[in-house]
Design a binder for this molecule. Sequence first.
Ligand SMILES: Cc1cc2nc3c(=O)[nH]c(=O)nc-3n(C[C@H](O)[C@H](O)[C@H](O)COP(=O)(O)O)c2cc1C
Length: 221
Amino acid sequence: MKKLLSLLLTLTMGFTLAACGNSGSATSSSPASVEDSTSLESASQTEGSSAAESTAAETGAGSHSLIVYFSWSGNTGSVANEIQAQTGADIFEIIPAEPYTDDYDTLLDLAQEEQAGNARPAIAETVPNFEQYDVVYLGYPIWWGDMPMILYTFLDGYEFAGKTIAPFVTSGGSGFSGTIGTIESMEPDAAVTDGLSLGSSAAGDPADAVSEWLGSIGTEQ
Ligand SMILES: Cc1cc2nc3c(=O)[nH]c(=O)nc-3n(C[C@H](O)[C@H](O)[C@H](O)COP(=O)(O)O)c2cc1C
């Protein structure tokens, strides 16, 4: 059964991942894919679970908004950069202390093992002055129907009480897969907005979706 699930997942994701590559690029090409979707998802209506390049925090004193994201093959990074362009928020990429493999098949197994072991992979750097932010845009790809376990590391590691979390995901078609509910239960003293969910290829041209989402959640007023 597990093998069958693994095969189905691999087939589902094959198009999108093959198209965007796995080299940590911040942009991706845009293949047509029936799996692609763009949607806003209500926090109260949640669904039923790197080779990263570069960067640390580009943070500055005084900003009230921070974009935090993890991206293995660049799709979520593309959306994060668009949010940054439209909001001027500070931005922090979650980079694993121990880089993930570049090999997609190996990563599939590794991600599954991390999930099964409830792992907390270490993050290379910390966010300076996390307490200064009122709004945290939190972005991640869906891995095996859940957040990558390194997102759990991040959520465990910072104090979110009183903050607003605005979640965004990219996926091969699963959408949030219940992860908004997970964030709400991990951070009960934060407000969680409606999320932005983009399919892998829609993530290559996210400007309109990001603009609509930002307008609907009102975080930049
Ligand atoms: C280990 C792994 C597991 C994945 N699991 C799912 C999944 O359960 N559902 C889904 O729709 N897409 C899944 N995907 C596809 C990614 O969510 C999708 O390609 C995403 O846009 C990648 O974002 P990134 O480029 O920011 O890493 C998976 C990809 C990987 C590498």
